[in-house]
Write a protein that binds this ligand. Structure first.
Ligand code: AQP
Length: 325
C-alpha cells in the first residue's frame, strides 16, 4: 500500500500533529511505501514572511528526521520541488464544483480569520491537497480529524475524473486515529490545537522541560476538581487525559482510577514529568541535526528524485487521458 501525508512548514510541530498524524506515520513506514511531503505551497495561502518560510521548510525536514522518519524507507521532500503538484492541481480545478469548495469548514474558518487576505488559494487549498494525494496513487492518508472533509472531497474529485476521463486515479482512504484525532488547544479546549492560534495554544514537540512545565501547568481546566473524562462538561481535563493516555499507553479508565482522589495540580505535575521524558529524545536528536543542514538538504534532494519518478508517471497518464497530448 502507498501512504501519503504532509505537514505545512508554518512553524514548530506540536503534540497535536504528532498524536493525530506523525505517530501513525512512524508505524506505517515500517511496512509500507510512504510519501511525506513538506507542503510549502499550502503554507502560502495565509499571510507569511518569505524568510521565515525558507527557515521553516528546513526546520520541518529536520523535525521529520528527529521524530524518526527514515529517509531510506520514506520519501521525504518539499512539495514545490515537484512541479506536477501545481500542474495536476490546475487540471483538477477544471472539474471541481465551486459549491464543494465553498462549503469546506477550513475555508470558512480561515476566511473569517484572514479577512484581509481572502485569496483564491485559500478556497482552492483542497484541490491542491487532492493533487498531492492523487499524484502518488495513494491508498491511505493518515491525518487528524480536521482533514477528513478534504479527504472526502479528494475522493469526489478522483471519482469525477475517473468517470469523465477513464480510470486514472486510485480511491484514497483517510486513516484517522481513534484517539488523538483532534487534540485541543491548551488555552482553549473548545478549539483545535494549531500553530495559527498562537504559542499559548500548542505544545511544541521540541519544547524544553521549562516550557513543558509552563504550558501544561497553565493549561485551561474546568470547574470542579475531579479527573474525569467528559469532553462536553470537562473539555480541558479531558484533553489533558487524552494526551496523558497516548503518551503513557495507559487507558483513560486507568488514569481516572490513578488520579481518583487527586487534584488537577497533581495530575498536571505528573503529565509534565511524562512529557519531559517522552519529548526529550526528540529534542536531543533535533539539536544534533540542526548543525547538519547540508546532510538534511542532500536527503531532500535524493528523495525528490524518487518522488519525481512517481509523479511523472501519473501525470503522463493524466495528460494522455485528458487529451492534452
Ligand atoms: N490538534 C490536532 N490534533 C490532531 N491532529 C492534528 N493535526 C493538526 N492539528 C491537529 C494534523 O497534523 C497534520 C498537519 O497539519 P497542519 O500542517 O495543518 O498543522 P497545523 O498545526 O494545524 O497547522 P496550522 O498552520 O496551525 O494550520 P491550521 O490553522 O489550519 O490548523 C494533519 O494531518 C492534521 O490533521
Amino acid at each position: 500500500m502507498r501512504i501519503l501525508s504532509g505537514i505545512q512548514p508554518t512553524g514548530e510541530l506540536h503534540i497535536g500533529n504528532y498524536l493525530g498524524a506523525i505517530k501513525q506515520w512512524l508505524e506505517l513506514q515500517k511496512n509500507h511505501e510512504c510519501v511525506f511531503p513538506i507542503v510549502d505551497l499550502h503554507a502560502i495561502t495565509v499571510p507569511y514572511n518569505p524568510k521565515d518560510l525558507q527557515k521553516n521548510i528546513i526546520e520541518t525536514a529536520i523535525s521529520y528526521l528527529a521524530l524518526g522518519l527514515d529517509p531510506e524507507k520514506s520519501i521525504i521532500f518539499v512539495q514545490s520541488k515537484i512541479k506536477e503538484h501545481t500542474e495536476l492541481s490546475w487540471l483538477l480545478n477544471t472539474i471541481t464544483p465551486l459549491s464543494e469548495l465553498e462549503r469546506m469548514t477550513q475555508y470558512k474558518e480561515k476566511s473569517r480569520q484572514f479577512k484581509k487576505n481572502l485569496n483564491a488559494g485559500l478556497l482552492n487549498y483542497p484541490i491542491l491537497m487532492a493533487a498531492d494525494i492523487l499524484l502518488y496513487q495513494t491508498d491511505l492518508v493518515p491525518v487528524g480529524k480536521d482533514q477528513e472533509q478534504h479527504l472526502e472531497l479528494t475522493r469526489v474529485i478522483a471519482k469525477k475524473f475517473n468517470n469523465r476521463f477513464g480510470k486514472t486515479f486510485k480511491d484514497p482512504k483517510a486513516l484517522i486515529p481513534k484517539e488523538g484525532a483532534k487534540i485541543m488547544a491548551l488555552n482553549n479546549p473548545k478549539k483545535k490545537m494549531s500553530k495559527s492560534l498562537g504559542p499559548q495554544a500548542y505544545l511544541s514537540l521540541f519544547a524544553d522541560p521549562k516550557e513543558i512545565q509552563k504550558k501544561i501547568m497553565s493549561a485551561v481546566t474546568d470547574p470542579g476538581k475531579t479527573i474525569k473524562y467528559d469532553p462536553k462538561k470537562k473539555p480541558g481535563i479531558s484533553n489533558l487525559l487524552i494526551i496523558f493516555s497516548l503518551f503513557s499507553s495507559k487507558s483513560i479508565k486507568e488514569l481516572e482510577k490513578k488520579f481518583k482522589n487527586k487534584g488537577y495540580a497533581e495530575f498536571k505535575k505528573e503529565l509534565v514529568n511524562l512529557l519531559i521524558l517522552k519529548l526529550e529524545p526528540f529534542r536531543r536528536k533535533k539539536k544534533g541535526l540542526e548543525s547538519r543542514e547540508v546532510y538534511v538538504r542532500e536527503i531532500l534532494f535524493q528523495n525528490t528524485k524518487k518522488a519525481q519518478v512517481l509523479a511523472s508517471s501519473t501525470m503522463e497518464e493524466v495528460r494522455k487521458n485528458m487529451g492534452l497530448i
